[in-house]
Write a protein that binds this ligand. Structure first.
Ligand SMILES: [Zn+2]
Length: 135
C-alpha cells in the first residue's frame, strides 16, 4: 500500500503536474489572455475561449508592498504584477523576498514557484503559487 499526499491547487488555473504551471483562458477571436473565468472577452467581447499554458518565467512590471492584510495572512508581503514570457500578465506574491524596495527589482526576472498554503484534516495540501526572483 502506498500513501500519497493529495494536493489541490488554490486556484483553478494552477496545474500541478511534474512541472507546475499556469493555464490561461485565451480569447479565440483576439488572443487576449485571462486567468479568471470569464463569460466574455474584456477586450473584444467574444465569448469563445481556449486553454493556453503560459510560461513559468517573466519579469516584474510593478509591485506593491502590502502592509495590511486579511486576518492570519502574514504582512508585510510583496504583491507584484508579472509580465510573462510569451504573453500574459498576472498579479501574484513574490516569495522569499524581503518586503523592502531595495530587495525588489522592477524589470527583474522571476520564475513560478509553488508552496503549501494549508493542510486540511485529511492531510490534503492546498498548493498556492508565487514568483521567486532570479539572481
Ligand atoms: Zn477577445
Amino acid at each position: 500500500m502506498t500513501v500519497t499526499t493529495a494536493k489541490i491547487p488554490m486556484v483553478g488555473y494552477l496545474v500541478l503536474d511534474d512541472e507546475p504551471h499556469l493555464v490561461a483562458q485565451r480569447c479565440v477571436a483576439c488572443g487576449a489572455l485571462f486567468f479568471d473565468r470569464r463569460n466574455g472577452c474584456a477586450r473584444c467581447s467574444a465569448t469563445e475561449f481556449e486553454s493556453h499554458p503560459v510560461a513559468n518565467t517573466g519579469y516584474i512590471r510593478s509591485y506593491t508592498i502590502v502592509h495590511r492584510a486579511a486576518p492570519k495572512v502574514p504582512a508585510p508581503y510583496v504583491s507584484a504584477v508579472v509580465e510573462l514570457d510569451g504573453g500574459g500578465v498576472i498579479k501574484a506574491n513574490l516569495v522569499d523576498v524581503r518586503p523592502d524596495p531595495d530587495a525588489v527589482n522592477i524589470g527583474g526576472r522571476v520564475r513560478l514557484t509553488t508552496f503549501v498554503a494549508g493542510v486540511d484534516d485529511d492531510g490534503t495540501e492546498a498548493v498556492a503559487f508565487g514568483y521567486i526572483q532570479e539572481q
